[in-house]
Structures are given as C-alpha cells and as structure tokens.
Design a protein around this ligand. Structure first.
Ligand code: M6R
Length: 607
C-alpha cells in the first residue's frame, strides 16, 4: 500500500527523504515522489516506477539541506501508475503539497464542486481534491485549513501537507490509515509506519483516527477533528534502525527466515512458568470461553493459514470448536456471534482492511476481540479487547515468514492455555510445552538444510505448476507452501488436502506437474503414503518434506527434505522454514526479487 513520510529539522537533506522512502518500499508501490521546501520555494519531483529512478532524478541534490519535506510511495487505486498520478499533488497556486495513503470515497462529488469553483485538476487521482480543498479553506492558518478540509472527506486516509508560506510546519491527519509521529529528536517526522523514523528517534506517538498533528521544529501539537487539543504519551520503540536492515543477507526474506529461531524465543519469553502457559492478557475472557465453547478466528493470507493450524490444534486437543473464516468473506456474512463470543483476529500488520472490518462487525455483535499481531500501536491493537503481541521485529519482505512462525508459536500457547483453563486438554500439556521450549534449537537444525533446499530449487525452478498436498496438520502447511511459491516466483501452485486429489485435481498431474508432499510421520502418514503413490502412478515427480524416521515416504519420493522427529502438533512449525526457503530460492534462481513481488503490498489497507 502507499507509504507517506514527512521530515522536519535543521539537518534534513533531500537524501533523507529518499532513504525514508526506501524503508517504505516493502509496502509495495508503483511510483514515488517528494516535495520539499528550500529557500521558501516548493520543489516537487515524481517518478513512475522504483524509488531508485526518483533518486536518479535527484542525484545532484541529495546532499542539499532543506527546510521541510514530504514523500510518498504510491500503490495505484485511482488512475494508472504514471508521473502525473504519482504524489505529491498540489493546489492551483502550487503552494500546497499533499501526500496521501488510503482512498477518498466521495472524491467525484468534491471534484465537481471544486471545478465549479474554478479549480483545475491535473491527475486522475482521488487525492488531488485534498490540496484544492485546503486551498479553499486556507486563510493563513494551515492546520485549520487542513482541519476544515478533512471534515469534508469520506473514506480512509493518512495525509501529510506542506505549504510554501509555512517553511517550518508539516501537518498530518489520520482517519482509517496508519500514521506514526516521531517525536523528541533533532529531526522529527511522521510516517505510515515506524521504520523510516527509526534513524531519527525511537519515541513515537500513534495518531488516532480523527486526529491532526502539526509538526514544527521540536514541537508536536495534536488536535481532534473537532479542533480540541489531544494528549498522547510517546511510546519507546525497541526496534533498532539496524533491525530494519539486511545485515549482509541478499534479501530481507532470507534474513527474516534466519531470524525465526530468535523470534520463537521472543514469543516464548516470559510465557511459560513452572510448566504452565502465562497469558495474563487472556484472563478476563476465560468465562466467555467456558460459556461459548467455541472460538471464531478471522484472518487473511498467511495469517489465515496460521488460523487453520490453530483450528486443528484446538479441535484435536480440547473440546472447543474453532470456526475459521477469511476476513474478506466473514465481513459480508451473517456473523452468528453472541455477546459472550470470542473472536481471534490474526494479522501481522494489524492494518489489513478486511480483518479490521470483520473485527468491527464482531464488536457490533458484542463479541470480545483477541488480536494476535506484530505491530505495536496498529489499528487492530487499538480496537481489540486484548492483544497478544508477537514481538517478531519488523518484517520488511512482502512475503510473511518470521511473522507466520511467531503467529504459530503464539497460537500454540493460546491453544495450550485454553486446554489448561478448561482442564480438558487431551494431550499432555507438559510434553508439548517441553518440546515447544526446545523448538528454537530444533529450528536451527532445520535451517541447516539450506544448501540442500537451494539445490532442489535449482532442479525444480523451471516447472510451470506445483501441487502442494498435506493432511491434518500438514494441510495448512501445504496451503502456505503454495502461497509462498506463487506470490514470489509467480509459478502456479495449488495447495490441496491430499485426500481431495481424486475428486478433481489429480486430473492435472503428470511429468510436468510435480507434487510437493508435506508428509510428516504422524497418524495420517499411511494415508499420505497412498496419496503419494497415486501421484507417482500419474508420473508426477514427488518432492517430499518429512522427518528423519519416516523412511517409507523418503523411499517413495524423488527428492526429500528432512526435519527432526517431533510430535505431530509441532510439525507445522518445524516444516515451515523448508517451504519458505524453497520458494525463496526458486524466486531468486529465476532472477526475481523475493522482497518486492509484483502487484503485492505488505499491508493491504484497502479492500
Ligand atoms: O498483515 P496481515 O497478516 O493481516 O496480512 C495478511 C496477508 O495480506 C498476508 O499474509 C499476505 O498473504 C502475504 N503476502 C503473505 O506472504
């Protein structure tokens, strides 16, 4: 999705704006632009394509000190990606400049009215109405003009505004799209997320919906859309600037996969005491759980696959049922929730529009929302009744990797806790807890297969199709494996429950259509074995992911990736690095950039 940034301070350079945009690239975009004030003159440069091309245009100016600046990465929603539609957008006097993340739903009506008043529009964007509206209301006070303008806007937005006559002010506003304000630094600023601000300050304020901020050198003033002053206490961010860098890895995706063992440690830290799971945040909802005996789970994409693992875990180990829905479906369905219902909303970013709308729907039914997310201060955290933070650190690559692993660990803890609360867990909690504690070390071991997986990626990279199959706990892993491969390598991949093959998809299999079998030595292993034999008899190549003791599967397969032996509940966790690394190396071998897959965005903040 779009990314916005604004910087103000005595030492801000043009290059700082570009560097800030580079930090936002992971969000996905198709054009970029900057507006900055120097000697009271507004300079605007925009470019279709990568930040790199914008940087090339500004090459001679990168070291120039500026008064203030705003910048933007655009992910097109209204009007094709080109130089004209790229942000910033300006008013008729070319004194006001605006960058925007989100969608202005009533822009057509506003545009007609503004055109009747004589305003001239240059782009096809919804955003361009904003500078013209501000121009209409401007009477010497920029903050007040922006306040009056946002009252006319319908939709979702985070905006940053500068005016040539106010070389020491940046104004921001937020409704429905995230905005973080970096405070207490020599340079302060605002941005769509924390990463571009970390170089300047670690103290941030998360603007709420319906708030405006005015940044001038050293001071930050926040008011509501009603004009009344609002107070905020800055939050100290633990993430370091270096955390958001590649640390010598070729891509963020690879770095983030190798961070998985430490992420698991972070999730587990303080969560297990004397053999029991500590999830104090969940305590107020224990009664709801006992009454409803069911949990609703909502999520999108990779988070949805984590939700499916949670479902298998909960339903196989307790007598609670877990009903899992993709958020974009749930939000338009009859919710069937009651005031005692518990809804678990899983979202790495905490900003996924469909998940947020589903949460709002559930809240209208009185349900209690448990958020599982990685981003402190994200919209989801502010709307939920309880937040289980993943503490996985910033995930820059568009493909979710370490956040998925962290989600799984948190959901294991939650399932164990639920079993403990209801005293009806049918698995030996202590054994599972023991194994969970040893997972980081076992994970390190799984990551040692990296060279083998790289070799396999070279061997399989030219196939045009892949079928990922699994059963039971292996099924969500098959779905996630297929998603990872298709989203970064653009190879067609389908995830299927292995038992469903003969109800249709087996018709596609043949020498050109390999099968990636998620086949741990669990209770369903004999069934998987039969499914693999069925695929082999259609001459499909078999790449199997199994554990060391499962020689039967290994003998059937053309190629094998092994993981450590474990109990069946933990295989989804143990098998994850292999499916991620396979997808990563295939994409890399095909010469693609796994960190920035085409057409995708890190935070899907629009429907
Ligand atoms: O931030 P969220 O977890 O809510 O994001 C959900 C999906 O958009 C996300 O998992 C997406 O599928 C990724 N591309 C997966 O790698």
């Amino acid at each position: 999705m779009c990314g916005i940034v604004g910087l103000i301070g005595d030492r801000v350079k043009v290059g700082d704006l570009i560097e800030a945009l580079e930090k936002l690239e992971y969000r996905g975009y198709d054009s970029a632009g900057v507006a900055f004030l120097k000697n009271h003159e507004l300079n605007i440069t925009k470019s279709k394509g990568k930040v790199e091309s914008l940087k090339n245009q500004l090459q001679d100016r990168l070291n120039e000190l500026i008064q203030i600046g705003i910048a933007h990465t655009r992910w097109a929603t209204h009007g094709e990606p080109n130089d004209i539609n790229a942000h910033p957008h300006s008013d008729c006097s070319c004194k006001i400049s605006v960058v925007h993340n989100g969608i202005i739903e009533n822009f057509r009506t506003l545009k007609i009215r503004l055109q009747e008043l004589g305003h001239k529009f240059l782009s096809q964007t919804d955003t361009e109405v904003i500078p013209h509206l501000i121009e209409e209301y401007y009477n010497g006070d920029l903050l007040e003009a922006v306040r009056k303008a946002v009252l006319k806007l319908e939709g979702s937005y985070a905006i940053a505004v500068v005016h040539a006559d106010h070389p020491d002010i940046i104004v921001g506003a937020r409704k429905g799209s995230p905005m973080v304000v970096g405070v207490n630094g020599q340079t302060i600023g605002l941005a769509s997320d924390i990463t571009p601000l970390l170089k300047f300050t670690k103290e941030v304020v998360f603007l709420e919906d319906g708030e405006l901020v005015e940044l001038s050198k050293g001071t930050v003033k926040i008011i509501g859309f009603d004009g009344v002053a609002r107070k905020h206490h800055p939050v100290f961010v633990e993430w370091s600037y270096e955390d958001a860098q590649k640390s010598g890895y070729k891509h963020f995706m690879l770095k983030e996969i190798f961070e998985e063992p430490s992420c698991i440690v972070s999730v587990l830290t303080g969560r297990i005491k004397s053999g029991h799971v500590v999830l104090e945040e969940f305590k107020p909802f224990e009664k709801n759980l006992a009454n409803s005996k069911a949990i609703k789970v909502i999520a999108c994409g990779t988070s949805y696959h984590a939700a499916l693992v949670f479902k298998y875990l909960l339903e196989n180990t307790t007598d609670i049922t877990a009903d899992v829905d993709v958020s974009s479906e749930f939000r338009y369905k009859k919710p069937h929730l009651k005031p005692e219902s518990i809804v678990v909303a899983i979202s790495q970013s905490g900003e996924t529009a469909d998940t947020l709308e589903s949460v709002r729907l559930a809240k209208r039914c009185g349900a209690k929302i448990i958020a599982v997310t990685n981003v402190v201060g994200s919209t989801l955290t502010r709307e939920a009744d309880c937040v289980l933070y993943l503490n996985a650190g910033p995930e820059i690559s568009v493909a979710a990797t370490k956040s998925y692993v962290a989600q799984l660990v948190m959901l294991y803890l939650l399932a164990l806790k639920i079993g403990e609360i209801l005293s009806n867990s049918i698995v030996q909690n202590s054994e599972l807890i023991d194994r969970l504690m040893r997972i980081p070390e076992i994970f390190e071991n799984s990551l040692k297969s990296v060279d083998k997986i790289h070799e396999l990626a070279k061997k399989y990279k030219d196939y045009k199709h892949f079928m990922y199959i699994g059963r039971g706990y292996g099924y969500p892993t098959a779905l996630e494996g297929a998603l990872k491969l298709k989203e970064i390598s653009y190879i067609h991949a389908t995830g299927y429950p292995a038992g469903e093959l003969k109800h249709g998809p087996i018709a596609m299999l043949g020498p050109e259509f390999p099968v990636f079998a998620i086949a741990p030595g669990d209770s369903l292993s004999p069934k998987m074995k039969s499914n693999i034999i069925e695929c082999k008899s259609r001459n499909a190549k078999i790449l199997a992911l199994t554990n060391y003791d499962n020689q039967e599967i290994a003998e059937l397969a053309d190629d094998v990736i092994f993981v450590n032996n474990s109990n069946e509940e933990l295989y989804p966790l143990l098998m994850t690095p292999a499916i991620q690394l396979f997808a990563y190396f295939v994409a890399d071998e095909l010469g693609l950039d796994p960190d920035k897959p085409r057409n995708l965005a890190k935070s899907v903040t629009v429907e």
